[in-house]
Design a protein around this ligand. Structure first.
Ligand code: ADP
Length: 294
């Protein structure tokens, strides 16, 4: 493609992310345990995570001014989970510490081949109920499905000018909510879950296919397709979150669909080149360099 987004966007885009904050506890071992089995010899790491937090930080690094609406516990895991959001400059004024629930945790087991198993304890994320939403959500909002679905529906009912719904993890949602989205993002598993229902939504539907890139559909017709640049893949965690943030931002900047999709694929690809989700999220300059446009 001939065009890429400018290194410095014409104006700073404001985005509100309504979503989850988790602490990811990751054990890497030779293989995954069977039910009831213990596998020893693994190595351990802790990473800030949660799709809401990841997407908020991704959009902020790419040049947006991001506000995150989220709930964490009143515990030390909260500080750890929010460290990179703090240092990254995400507006956290609408994040609060819930007294009853612990910070959300994802227990992640990864085998040598990359196969994983994840169990999530949402904790405080379950406290992000509709009454917790601020009166003014702003014009552009991103949601995922790691917070109560009634909250996602309440955000959609407010009809923000631009709503991106990342349907992860896949769960049934009222059609009216899906139909409000300007942009829906799904990976292959989520696309299979929703099937042809998404063809009946008026917004853009982006489907990601890992190393095979992504497609953009509207009303069941393909309007753009993009391949990611070739990269040395280290850890694919966070690739989908970088993609969601980058596509939303590029579309809000008014980039044409194919330019926005290439930008998003490059952001996703970059995120696979470093360990963890949040430490791997690229800046705008890093994405443009990967696209060959320093
Ligand atoms: P998710 O992490 O949500 O399952 P995908 O695996 O489809 O999402 O990845 C999202 C995007 O990240 C892809 O469209 C692609 O641009 C990029 N990506 C993911 N895996 C790779 C890879 N192995 N090589 C290059 N780019 C990748």
């Amino acid at each position: 493609i001939s065009a890429t987004p400018a290194v410095t966007p014409a104006a700073t885009i404001a985005i509100t992310v309504v979503g989850s904050v988790n602490l990811d506890l990751v054990a890497r071992g030779s293989r995954l345990p069977l039910p009831g089995e213990t596998v020893t010899g693994a190595t351990f790491a802790r990473h800030p995570g949660g799709k809401g937090a990841n997407q908020a930080l991704a959009a902020q690094r790419l040049g947006a001014a991001v506000r995150l609406i989220a709930a964490v516990g009143r515990d030390s895991a909260a500080d750890e989970a929010m460290t990179l959001l703090h240092s990254g400059g995400v507006d956290l004024q609408h994040c609060w510490h819930d007294d009853r629930q612990p910070t959300g945790v994802a227990l992640v087991s990864v085998a040598t081949g990359g196969e994983n198993q994840i169990m999530v304890a949402p904790g405080a994320n379950a406290c992000l109920t509709p009454p917790r939403l601020p009166d003014d959500l702003g014009a552009s909002v991103i949601c995922q499905l790691e917070v109560p679905l009634e909250t996602v529906c309440a955000v959609a009912a407010r009809q923000p000018e631009f709503l991106c719904l990342n349907l992860a993890p896949a769960q049934p949602l009222p059609h009216a909510t899906l139909a409000t989205a300007s942009l829906i993002v799904v990976n292959e598993t989520e696309a299979a879950f929703f099937g042809t229902e998404l063809d009946h939504c008026p917004g853009l539907i982006a489907t990601t296919h890992g190393a095979r890139g992504a497609t953009l559909h509207q009303h069941g017709c393909q309007i753009a397709t993009a391949l990611p640049p070739t990269v040395a893949v280290l850890d694919t965690t966070g690739a989908g979150d970088a993609f969601v943030a980058a596509l939303t931002l590029a579309l809000l900047e008014g980039q044409p669909a194919d330019v926005a999709l290439h930008f998003a694929c490059a952001a996703g690809a970059f995120a696979t080149t470093r360990h963890g989700a949040q430490p791997a999220l690229p800046t705008r300059r890093e994405v443009l360099e990967l696209l060959g446009r320093p």
